[in-house]
Design a protein. Structure first.
Length: 563
């Protein structure tokens, strides 16, 4: 019989033997398997921090690990010598309609853009059709993430029509209910384009009441303000008042000092005004595109009152000689806020796209020169083009006005209204994000869906790094990336995008700082940029070595009211 001492000795011996075995026998774990690994990149997290050398592992559409990655993957990208950043977010996009017919958005992706926030003119469908619209985007497949605002005109027109009218209290309530329904359908907030009728007919108090409907859902009020020119400060103050009284955060679309007599002056007052509002707790910010010319329809050269009774009647009135005399006097008055005066006269207004064969030879010419060539007043030439283009399909049911369309075809122009000094002064502000004010093209190499040949549709985001970091040095690389990633994500409450962090959706861009360059110019606005080699959307490789893979892994980005 074994005694107690012998049993204890045996137990201790066995224990020590097992312990020793554990020390000399390594534990074997299964290697981590990922969908994509990006090796050896200089990782910019998007939050404004300096880059770090790191690998990035992606699994199930999300960032799985940032640091040293030893796992395996069916796709490994060597980013040695290149930078890896979050995907760029275009906070001022115009692609709401084109994505229904072509979801590839190649011109956007080749700039490194992975998410689009559209809707300056609202959703391309009425409020009741918004759920089906969003569902259709995901069902058809889109290559980018996409969200949209709902425009005030989409609440006004069903109640008041397109006329210059003031709503009653019951009509205001009806508009609020329409806005509320749009928010519950998933839009990001409420937008306005206050230089375009019928938005222009909405009073400050009307907009405040409509904006109150988005407040319970954390919606954003985003605005092309009533004046970006002579009355810029008044326009900014109205924007701030709306946000403050409605209790909502605000995004000022494409901030600019677009009035030649005020170049170099009003920009500083504008910045001080916004800073003062932010200091007292009003959550307002802005975005911009990095060019000295804006682009919009020739309708913007007309006084707003001409559209007071709707488009069809305006097209008739515009052709009357006595009406033209009155309009010319008004738009050329040095004290007016017209875009013609803002551009320093008709020489600063360039015909971009007439949609008319007879005027095609004049594209890329300013109206002063076009008028001289034809022996006519530049205003008459401009308005003749507008009427002929707008009449092409009047009565087809496609008569909504604003950034996406104006009647049948919307004749487009470039307005050289800004200076580089003012563009850079706004860009230095920490609360300014980047937005292109351009749409996706229906096919690569074509002008964007707006019909506007402006380099911003192919160059904006590469230009921020190439010109404003590399060339001028006004932005650090980290801050340039922040303005295109985490800052717009924060503004739009995209809590799972905008930075490279484990667990977030894996939207990413790989670019070469030495070669990145925007190639789009005024004369060649559809040239794609250099230096952006890879783009991933929700973890899926969508641009590989500068070529679209055909992937459609984009998602709809819903606002806080989505039911």
């Amino acid at each position: 019989m074994i005694g107690i001492k012998e049993r204890c000795f045996t137990f201790v011996t066995i224990y020590l033997f097992k312990a020793a075995a554990l020390m000399v026998t390594p534990t074997v774990y299964a290697a981590d398997v990922y969908d994509v690994i990006i090796k050896n990149g200089r990782v910019l997290d998007g939050a404004g921090n300096p880059w770090i050398k790191a690998d990035i592992a992606i699994k199930s559409g999300r960032f799985a690990k940032v640091g040293i990655v030893n796992g395996t993957s069916k796709k490994i990208i060597d980013a040695s010598g290149k930078y890896v950043s979050p995907g760029f977010i275009d906070i001022m996009d115009q692609s709401g309609r084109v994505l229904l017919t072509n979801g590839l958005a190649e011109n956007k992706l080749l700039m490194g853009v992975t998410s689009l926030i559209a809707g300056e003119g609202g959703t391309p469908v009425p409020v009741d059709d918004i759920p089906a619209y969003f569902n259709s985007l995901e069902t058809r497949g889109i290559s980018v993430n996409f969200g949209s605002f709902f425009n005030i005109s989409q609440a006004r027109i069903p109640v008041l029509g397109e006329t210059d009218a003031s709503p009653t209290q019951s009509q205001l309530l009806e508009m609020q209910l329409i806005v509320d329904k749009a928010m519950r359908a998933g839009v990001m907030g409420l937008s306005s384009a206050l230089i375009y009728p019928p938005d222009a007919y909405a009073s400050t108090s009307d907009i405040i009441e409509m904006a109150k409907a988005i407040a319970p859902y954390g919606g954003v009020y985003a605005s092309h303000i009533r004046s970006e020119g002579r009355d810029l400060i008044e326009g900014i103050n109205e924007f701030i008042e709306i946000c403050e009284k409605a209790g909502v955060r605000g995004e000022l679309f494409h901030i600019k000092n677009a009035y030649a007599p005020n170049w170099g002056k009003a920009v500083h007052i504008a910045i001080d005004t916004i800073n003062a509002a932010r200091a007292r707790g009003v959550d307002v910010a802005a975005d911009q595109y990095p060019y000295v010319a804006g682009g919009t329809g020739l309708d913007a050269t007309l006084p707003k009152w001409i559209f007071a009774n709707g488009l069809d009647k305006a097209l008739v009135e515009i052709m009357k000689p006595e009406v033209r005399v009155k309009m010319k006097q008004e738009i050329m008055d040095p004290a007016s806020d017209s875009l013609v005066v803002a551009s320093g006269g008709w020489k600063g207004v360039v015909l971009a796209n007439s949609h008319l064969d007879e005027y095609r030879k004049f594209h890329n010419m300013n109206f002063e020169d076009i008028g001289a060539a034809l022996g006519r007043d530049p205003a008459d030439v401009s308005w003749d083009i507008f009427v002929k283009a707008a009449s092409l399909r009047v009565g087809s049911g496609n008569n909504s006005r604003g950034p996406e369309n104006m009647g049948g075809k919307r004749a487009m122009a470039l307005f050289f209204m800004m200076t580089e000094h003012d563009v850079q002064t706004f860009m230095k502000q920490p609360w300014v994000a980047i937005g292109s004010d351009a749409g996706a093209a229906s096919e690569l190499g074509a002008i964007d869906i707006l019909g506007l040949p402006h380099p911003r549709s192919y160059g904006t985001f590469a230009r921020i790094i190439a010109k404003y970091h590399k060339e001028t040095g006004i932005l650090t690389l980290a801050d340039a990336v922040r303005k295109m990633t985490s800052w717009p994500a924060a503004r739009m409450r995209l809590k799972d995008r905008g930075t490279i962090q484990e667990g977030l959706w894996a939207d990413a861009v790989i670019f070469d700082l030495e070669t990145i360059k925007d190639n789009a110019t005024w004369n060649n606005p559809v040239s794609t940029p250099n230096g952006i080699s890879h783009v991933l959307v929700n973890g899926t490789l969508t641009i590989e070595n500068g070529v679209h893979t055909g992937a459609r892994s984009g998602k709809v980005l819903y606002g806080g009211g989505k039911q």
